[in-house]
Design a protein. Structure first.
Length: 589
């Protein structure tokens, strides 16, 4: 008896077992159990779009007998025509029975009437509908509607073995077709096929509601009035039910008078996707409309000295490719120079009609011997999709002279690890707990002289900062905790810069950075200057003073001020920051 639907603890019903394409459906689930469980609606995602879900509870007391009922109303949009099964829904320990429904095509008179008011056009911007694998396919959607339009939603086609990306903002304008005025919503996308063969792009679908105009036949009006009373979902719900659609809701107004739902679709488009040509010999497949590399140096022309870093920036731009499709540039290593490339920064801007993959890489070159050196050329092989042939973009080699460095480099006095390819996260040297003028610092020094106040100082520091306590417990060196070492080194550095002692300032500065940034591999002042977001010129002036031919007095005031403000490591560019380079396009949104 308990397995029978009439006596089940939870049951499901549908408002109509036969519906037209585009009609929303209402699934109702009821339970008599008073608990906090919710129905699992995930099985519905296969064949339906979930538009909305509402819950209500009711308690009845009749002749002293108390009953409880909780109801969920779920609005559904079928994804396809034909026989569809609403699967069993689990509600806690209970489960509903499945329900079979039928979704039919709109009657011819409805379709004919709808086409007078709304229609949709789609196109691909490639000649002959032929493209290469991973090449972008421009895809344009134009939706036309007149004043009878009440609400609508454009749905992105589900394309197998391809990615779709929206471009820029939608255009909205008016046109006249056959003497009738229409509003047009125009959307632009790019589709990137992932495999060769025939790429099937299904028709773009639009669902919505249209008012019943005076031109509608009485028969059609009677047919649709009942549906309108049951399914005014576009006007009844406050939230946007299509947030997940990349195309998005474009129109929604309160209904005035009777209306009816509609569902239209554009024609499907097939595109022949060619494989990678056998004639392509590059290491990575790059099917682009154009490709350039911009080469720049921090100082132009670059001046090389033994042990001093020189920074180079390479910016690759590929028209018609996303940045994720571009491999990192292979940086050749010249003889006599160490090369340290940083993590590439990427972005994919667009101009409303096409995408541009941008990859920006900074490289530090550090010569280890003087004399003539050659920085090898850099070549990128790519495929020109317009001319259908392989091309190579080449940056020419650089022939340079490396000037001698000065012996007795300051780095020999600093016990620092060899340089690493990675840079730790930014830290500020001016933490108030590290300042020698801070009361906690003076208390810490008193701690070393008077052991009886050790517990008190530790308690104060823990109360002020858990971070400092961790440093006290984990990083002890030479009788000092790491935080005390940082404070002492900073105090000694400030005093050395105040005394205009360049050698002592340089030595203490490198030791301080090594301790603060966990032996980050910054083993000379040139490298340190290249890693700072501000104050690099101050560090470079200190470096020059150590090896200048004329031993003029160095002024440490600028360094003193910089240390008080704090040394901050250079951070990656923001994702949408301008590249400052425009060989391919004048302006991007």
């Amino acid at each position: 008896m308990s397995a029978s639907p009439a006596f089940a603890a939870v049951k499901a019903t549908i408002n109509q077992a036969i519906a037209f394409e585009g009609d929303p459906l209402t699934l109702t689930i009821e339970t008599s159990k008073n608990n906090n469980v919710q129905p699992d609606l995930s099985p519905l995602n296969k064949n339906f779009i979930l538009l909305d879900s509402r819950a209500s509870s009711q308690i009845s007391i009749i002749n002293g007998s108390r009953s409880f009922k909780k109801t969920w109303s779920i609005e559904l949009q079928p994804k396809q025509k034909g026989k569809i099964k609403i699967p069993a829904i689990t509600v806690g320990a209970d489960i509903t029975e499945s329900i079979e429904i039928s979704i039919e095509s709109l009657p011819p008179e409805v379709t004919a009437e709808t086409n007078k008011h709304i229609f949709i056009e789609t196109s691909v911007g490639i000649a002959g509908k032929e493209t290469y694998v991973q090449q972008q396919i421009p895809y344009t959607v134009k939706f036309f509607y007149d004043s009878s339009m009440q609400s609508g939603e454009i749905f992105s086609p589900e394309i197998e073995n391809a990615n779709i990306r929206k471009l820029a903002r939608d255009r909205r304008y008016q046109v006249v077709r056959a003497g009738k005025k229409f509003t047009v919503i125009e959307k632009h996308f790019v589709i990137s096929p992932e495999k060769s063969g025939v790429l099937h792009i299904p028709g773009t679908k639009v669902n919505g509601r249209i008012s019943l105009s005076g031109g509608d036949s009485p028969k059609l009006r009677r047919r649709m009035d009942g549906t309108d009373m049951l399914n005014r979902f576009f006007n009844d719900f406050g939230k946007d039910p299509f947030e997940s659609s990349p195309f998005g809701r474009f129109f929604d107004k309160r209904s005035i008078g009777p209306s009816r739902p509609f569902s239209i679709s554009s024609k499907a488009i097939d595109v022949n996707v060619l494989p990678v040509p056998d004639s392509f010999t590059g290491s990575a497949w790059l099917p682009a409309e154009d490709l350039v590399i911009h080469d720049s140096w921090r100082t132009n022309p670059p001046a090389f000295k033994v042990g001093e870093p020189v920074t180079r920036t390479l910016t690759l731009q590929a028209k018609g490719l996303a940045s994720s499709q571009i491999p990192e540039i292979n940086i050749p290593k010249p003889i006599g120079i160490k090369v340290y490339p940083e993590q590439a920064e990427t972005d994919t801007p667009n101009d409303g009609k096409t995408i541009y993959g941008v990859q920006r890489t900074e490289i530090s070159y550090i010569p280890n011997k003087q004399g003539k050196v050659t920085i090898p050329e850099i070549s990128i092989d790519w495929w020109d999709v317009n001319e259908k042939k392989q091309k190579t973009f080449t940056l020419p080699e650089w022939g340079l002279s490396v000037a001698p460095g000065t012996t007795g480099n300051v780095t020999t006095d600093a016990p620092i690890e060899p340089m690493s390819d990675t840079i730790p996260a930014k830290e500020n040297l001016t933490s108030k707990h590290q300042s020698p003028q801070n009361p906690e610092y003076r208390g810490s020094k008193t701690l070393l002289l008077i052991g009886t106040v050790l517990i008190l100082v530790f308690g104060v520091l823990f109360y002020q900062s858990k971070r400092i306590i961790k440093r006290f417990s984990k990083h002890k060196t030479a009788g000092y905790t790491k935080s005390l070492d940082l404070a002492k080194l900073r105090a000694d550095l400030l005093q050395a810069s105040k005394n205009n002692n360049n050698k002592q300032s340089a030595n203490l500065l490198l030791k301080l950075v090594a301790l603060l940034w966990n032996n980050s591999g910054i083993h000379n002042l040139g490298i340190l200057a290249s890693k700072l977001s501000q104050g690099s010129e101050i560090i470079q002036e200190l470096d020059k003073s150590l090896y200048a031919a004329n031993k003029t007095q160095w002024d440490g005031a600028a360094l003193h001020q910089l240390i008080e403000k704090g040394l901050i490591q250079k951070q990656p560019l923001k994702a949408k920051e301008s590249t400052g380079i425009a060989p391919l396009y004048p302006s991007l949104n």
